[in-house]
Design a protein around this ligand. Structure first.
Ligand code: ZN
Length: 87
């Protein structure tokens, strides 16, 4: 309604895309580090820059990528599938 369409520069657009990407949580890259007390030990690395992560880091301390620490549900899916098969 008479509003002028806003235009942004390529650079502004790129900034927005990058910001959106950083705000989308990514799962850390997990590298198995053997077992301790029967539990697998993992070393976690930033999926974006490869920087090492602490379990409590919600963001990569190096590049700021948001980290998704939620359990990978493929494990649960696999478990349920096997349970179905053994019925
Ligand atoms: Zn990073």
């Amino acid at each position: 309604m008479g509003d002028k369409m806003k235009t942004i520069t390529d650079e502004e657009y790129l900034t927005l895309v990058l910001m959106a990407d950083f705000q989308y949580p990514k799962k850390p890259n997990l590298v198995s580090d053997g077992y301790a007390d029967g539990y697998p030990m993992w070393d976690a690395f930033c999926p974006k820059c490869g920087c090492g992560l602490e379990d409590s880091d919600a963001f990569c301390p190096d590049c700021g990528q948001m980290i998704d620490w939620s359990e990978d549900d493929t494990v649960e899916e696999e478990y349920n599938k096997r349970k179905e098969e053994t019925k």
